[in-house]
Design a protein around this ligand. Structure first.
Ligand SMILES: [Cu+2]
Length: 421
């Protein structure tokens, strides 16, 4: 039976309305969009594993300084699709220069430039920041990898109070004088930009006012391209070029006279940055023998075989990946200081909670389960072309010693309902 046209229209409208409602409801999650969740799950889990990240302050005044410190493990199963961190740059993920970077170091080596990291090793970093613009900002540690893009670590809300007008950024030069980088040479910066913008405008206007783009297009199409530029045009071009060259020479001579000694911007690649001593600690070895990810239950299950080669019994206390921390409440009796949205303090459980004795090899099922897995869009793992997870497991001894071991591999996504939440 053929349906009348208005019925079809009504049907289409209903579908459209439902879609609109769905979109509005779906986008009604907290508006904290800063892009860190937009990268693929496998990329965030299997590139840089951030841990021990600390923000020395969460509230500060304009001009006050703070430190962002922590460690990063370069995952051994670095995805094939991402360039290795052979050329990396330590940065801060923040909305513009709200805090300026006063210093940055990796393994005690100052890194104002690009450095090289090796897969499988751990590095310790420290970034000195100074508050510039008042407001409340989400501040992340970030490492930019050449051809791999920015890889963002965990973020913390930082509150800056005061007035940006009071901000100063003094530095002492090699000759002993002090300048304020915030305003130093600002008039020349404006002047040079304005002069060259004006010159560009004159150039564009001249050519545009001669004939315009379309008429020139016609001329070329008509095979008259050689008649297009008149002797007058050539004269204008020559004068413009001469004036531009002269201006360049004068500006250059002027700058050279005013600042006879300058150092070029420091570039180049730093290699051989010291990694953390315990990078290759072999106290614990782990063999991953498969796992699954239940999409409805936000539950990652890993089957592992862990060997304790140390002298103390060990308990599995934490799994960390993509800046998220899943803690075993049996081990963590007090809540560590860490952004709430990234820490599931009851997110990890083990099928056999008894400590792994020295010399023992035990097969275990580790379950990581929390809504944060979904909120931080790590569930996308199930839809990736490379459904492999990765992360770090932390094991703790009675004396409080922490052992770290990598875990990762392919998971089988499960979509059935009825999984425990
Ligand atoms: Cu953020």
């Amino acid at each position: 039976m053929k349906r009348p046209i208005f019925q079809k229209l009504a049907g289409a409208c209903a579908v459209g309305f439902a879609a609109a409602v769905a979109m509005l409801t779906l986008s009604a999650t907290p508006a904290a969009a800063h892009g860190e969740r937009s990268q693929q799950a496998f990329l965030r889990m299997r590139t840089l594993n951030w841990y021990d990240v600390k923000w020395s302050k969460t509230s500060l005044n304009v001009n006050e300084e703070m430190e962002l410190t922590g460690k990063v493990h370069v995952f051994s199963g670095w995805p094939q699709a991402v360039a290795k961190p052979q050329e990396a740059f330590l940065n801060v993920g923040e909305p513009g220069p709200v805090l300026i970077r006063k210093s940055a170091s990796v393994g005690e080596v100052p890194v104002p430039r690009t450095f090289s990291m090796d897969v499988g090793y751990d590095y310790e970093y420290k970034i000195g920041l100074k508050a510039r613009r008042p407001g409340r900002y989400h501040v992340h540690v970030q490492i930019n990898v050449k051809d791999g893009g920015p890889i963002v670590g965990p973020g913390q809300w930082i509150e800056i109070k005061g007035d940006m007008k009071d901000f100063t950024n003094p530095v002492t030069l090699l000759d002993g004088s002090t300048i304020d980088l915030e305003t130093y040479g600002i008039n020349w910066t404006y002047a040079y930009h304005f002069i060259w913008m004006a010159a560009a405008l004159v150039w564009i206007l001249y050519w545009f006012l001669q004939k315009g783009i379309i008429v020139r297009g016609w001329q070329v199409a008509a095979g008259k391209r050689h008649e297009m530029i008149t002797p007058n045009d050539k004269r204008f071009g020559a004068i413009w070029l001469a004036v531009a060259m002269l201006a360049l020479l004068i500006f250059y001579a002027n700058a050279n006279r005013e600042f006879p000694r300058t150092l070029p911007m420091q570039a180049g690649l730093l290699t051989g940055i010291p990694f953390l001593e315990d990078s290759r600690a072999e106290t614990v070895s782990l063999h991953y023998s498969g796992g699954s990810y239940k999409v409805p239950g936000r539950e990652l299950t890993m089957n592992v075989q862990i060997t304790n080669k140390g002298h103390e019994p060990l308990r599995i206390g934490e799994f960390t990946t993509a800046g998220l921390r899943f803690l075993n409440p049996d081990v963590f009796t007090t809540r560590p200081e860490f952004p709430d949205y990234l820490m599931a303090d009851r997110g990890l459980s083990v099928n056999d909670p008894t400590p792994i004795a020295p010399g023992e090899t035990r097969s275990l099922v580790i379950t990581v389960q929390d809504a944060r897995f979904d909120v931080e869009r790590l569930s996308d793992l199930a839809y990736d072309t490379d459904s492999q997870f990765g992360g770090l497991l932390f094991l703790f001894s009675p004396s409080g010693k922490r052992e770290k071991v990598e875990v990762g591999g392919p998971v089988i996504p499960k979509f059935q309902l009825g999984a425990t939440l």
